[in-house]
Design a protein around this ligand. Structure first.
Ligand code: HEM
Length: 472
């Protein structure tokens, strides 16, 4: 261990000094420790720690995590320069160990580097899952799942019992996404238990978002610390569970012939794996299939569920808004609780200049939409839940307004945006149209806990339990 430290100190120092020498005007940032850099200044929630540091050091801030330079952007102007003007130079992803494991060595869309694989996979999934034609043909799935949701909630309303909204909305969203992408009706599937799937999604997401030392200390030290701390085995245990589930779904497809007129994403990709291709063209492998399934499994479900839970939490805390919204249903909640507050990390592919600062090639980039959503220069009373602030403005969530980026922006923005929004709108519409919501007996609005949980996607820690009552 000591030998590693002896090696690492001069290495990280030399690398960072080289970076400092290479350009005159690097962004400001907090002074770090020789080996750790600024790692010791990061708390449990990265988005909150980075927000706090940026209030002291500015909206373009340079940190060093181990030997890795990271620039954090926390203003609308800076985010716009990165995601719009320098999108092409920053649209690759850093290689992180946990992401590599869960995506079968970066054979997915979300974590793969910018290039042919990413383009081909995005095209394929765009056609087979997100296209308006596919969405139209799958409308009946959304309708069936909505009916099931309303039926479940009506039972609670009749018996006046509280419902754990997190579990109910997870089952609704996963029900739709898994039927669309994997062709499985999970309510009728014997090898899936929805509670275990929910645990697995949360476990996998926590693993993929956790900081692994291997990512920040490239010599053997990080590798060793991750093994000693148990991080390595935690990641591998989670991955094995996910892998078994995905393999189960694939085996099921291989066993039964799929109807020609109703091929889901898994069937289409299995078909492509077996088809001969020209030697120089892109070849889909079983790792691509599992990588994409992993993306759908992780990116497709939780972000939507988290958005809806935060929306219902804020609405319950603000009965005035709940009432108004029930009169005029609309969805404008993603500023205070963006489900992925730091988007996904980017990596610069060349030296660039942003807001007058030099950002060298191979710098990791984080866009803090949580900080932007709380910037008093943009929002009046930023911490307050006032959805009416969006009435009479042109601001929307689609990635052209850099003060509100729940789906990111540019080349690496969320390809599932339209599907995600349809699910959220449909679900909230059902929740707010058919039901009124009250807190369980003995609980007041002040008792609603607002603590967060998670790493990439930030969920509500304590389950939201409410009692629905039927609205005539
Ligand atoms: C309300 C629902 C959703 C929200 C809020 C959301 C949010 C996001 C965000 C913030 C990113 C990162 C963007 C960036 O780094 O600039 C992202 C990427 C991604 N999302 Fe979503 N998402 C949602 C639904 C979905 C669904 C339903 C799917 C698929 C079934 C999906 C698949 C993906 C993929 C594959 C990426 C990676 C794109 C790339 O790197 O090229 N998302 N999403």
């Amino acid at each position: 261990m000591c030998i590693f430290l002896l090696f690492l100190f001069p290495l990280s120092y030399v690398l960072f000094k080289k970076l400092l020498r290479s350009k005159s005007k690097l962004p400001p940032g907090p002074t770090g420790l020789p080996i750790l850099g600024n790692l010791h200044q990061l708390g449990k929630f990265l988005h909150r720690s980075l927000h706090k540091l940026s209030l002291e050091h500015g909206p373009v801030m340079l940190l060093r995590l181990g030997v890795v330079p990271v620039v954090v952007f926390s203003s609308k102007e800076a985010a716009k320069e990165v995601l719009k003007i320098h999108d092409l130079e920053t649209c690759t992803r850093p290689k992180m160990v946990a992401a590599g494991l869960l995506t079968y060595n970066f054979k997915d869309i979300g974590f793969t580097k910018y290039g042919e694989d990413w383009r081909e996979m995005k095209k394929l999934v765009g056609l087979e899952l997100f296209s308006p034609k596919k969405q139209k043909s799958y409308r009946y799935i959304k309708e069936e799942e909505s009916d099931l949701l309303v039926k479940k909630l009506s039972n609670h309303a009749q018996t006046e019992t509280s419902v754990d909204l997190g579990k109910t909305l997870f089952s609704f969203t996963a029900g739709i996404i898994f039927r669309l992408a994997f062709g499985h009706n999970f309510h009728e599937c014997d090898f899936i238990d929805m509670d275990r799937v929910e645990e697995l999604v949360i476990e996998s997401e926590t693993n993929v978002g956790a900081l692994a030392f291997t990512d920040f200390f490239p010599t053997g030290l990080g590798w060793l610390i991750d093994r000693i701390s148990g991080q390595h085995s935690k990641m591998h245990t989670g991955f094995t569970k996910l892998s078994n589930l995905l393999q189960h779904v694939i085996n099921d497809h291989l066993k039964a012939e799929q109807p020609e007129d109703h091929l889901d994403l898994v069937s289409v990709m299995l078909d492509m794996i077996n088809k001969p291709t020209k030697s120089d063209s892109f070849k889909i492998t079983s790792d691509h299939l599992k990588g994409v399934m992993s993306d759908v499994f992780l990116a497709g479900v939780n972000a939507g569920v988290i958005t809806m839970i935060w929306a219902m939490t804020e609405l319950t805390r603000h009965p005035r808004v709940m009432k108004k919204l029930q009169e005029e249903i609309r969805a404008t909640y993603t500023r205070l609780h963006p489900p992925a507050p730091l988007l996904l990390p980017r990596l610069t592919m060349s030296d660039i200049e942003i807001q007058g600062y030099n950002i060298p090639k191979n710098t990791m980039i984080e866009i803090n939409t949580y900080a932007i959503g709380r910037d008093p220069k943009i929002w009046t009373s930023p911490e307050e839940f006032i959805p009416e602030r969006f009435l009479n403005t042109s601001i929307n969530y689609k990635g052209q307004h850099f003060e509100l980026l729940p789906f990111g922006s540019g080349r690496r923005s969320c390809p599932g945006m339209a599907l995600g929004i349809t699910i959220i709108e449909r679900c909230l519409l059902n929740l707010l149209y058919f039901f009124n919501w009250i807190l369980p007996k003995g609980m007041t609005i002040e008792d609603i806990d607002m603590e967060e949980l998670g790493s990439i996607n930030i969920a509500k820690k304590v389950p939201l339990e409410l009692v629905p009552t039927l609205h005539q």
